[in-house]
Ligand binder design. Structure first.
Ligand SMILES: [Zn+2]
Length: 184
């Protein structure tokens, strides 16, 4: 899935909380955006493993939510939103493809690493590759709650991210042909 799809998923989860407690909408949005993006920083390490915690991340996310309910200050809420969005990102990577750049010819079954059981989780391929048409549709649907609830800079970031994502979906298959071989 695209990085933006993950960010919109985190924001969609944060949106009802932001609607209920509007004073916390900024820390919720910052946390969801940072947490939605952060796991993929492991592209430079071991992708889908170093910073992806699909199973171990769940109890940590639950603890963070508990802390935010107990101490609903902006920093605690932002961290909780980030931890939850990062866990959701890692867990939902199971629904996509492997981390290959060219998933048409280079089919792998490793979706994301489960540090608890010490093995790779199998790619379900509901979203066949990042930037697939279904990825674009998912990004669009997940962006709706964020667009309805968050205004100001968050609304602009979501609208901009959505435009970039849909553009990416349009050129995704051609992109592979433009890339140097060693990147695939
Ligand atoms: Zn990821």
């Amino acid at each position: 899935m695209m990085a933006t799809t993950h960010v919109f998923a985190g924001l969609a989860l944060a949106a009802p909380v932001a609607a209920a407690v509007p004073t916390l909408s900024s820390p919720l949005a910052v946390g969801a955006i940072v947490g939605g993006l952060a796991p993929d920083l492991d592209l430079v390490l071991e992708h889908r493993r170093s910073l992806h915690f699909p199973v171990a991340g769940l109890p940590v996310a639950a603890l963070a939510v508990g802390a935010a309910v107990a101490v609903p200050s902006s920093p605690v809420v932002a961290v909780a939103a980030a931890v939850v969005a990062a866990w959701l990102h890692a867990a939902s990577d199971v629904l996509g493809d492997g981390p290959e750049m060219n998933p048409w010819t280079d089919v792998g079954d490793r979706a994301v690493y489960d540090h608890v059981r010490g093995r790779w989780l199998r790619a379900r391929r509901w979203v066949r590759y990042d930037g697939a048409p279904e990825d674009g549709a998912l990004a669009l649907a997940l962006a709706v709650p964020a667009l309805l609830v968050f205004d100001g800079w968050v609304g602009s970031v979501v609208a901009g991210g959505l435009a970039v994502s849909l553009g990416y979906v349009l050129v995704r298959r051609r992109l592979v042909a433009w890339l140097p071989d060693w990147l695939e």
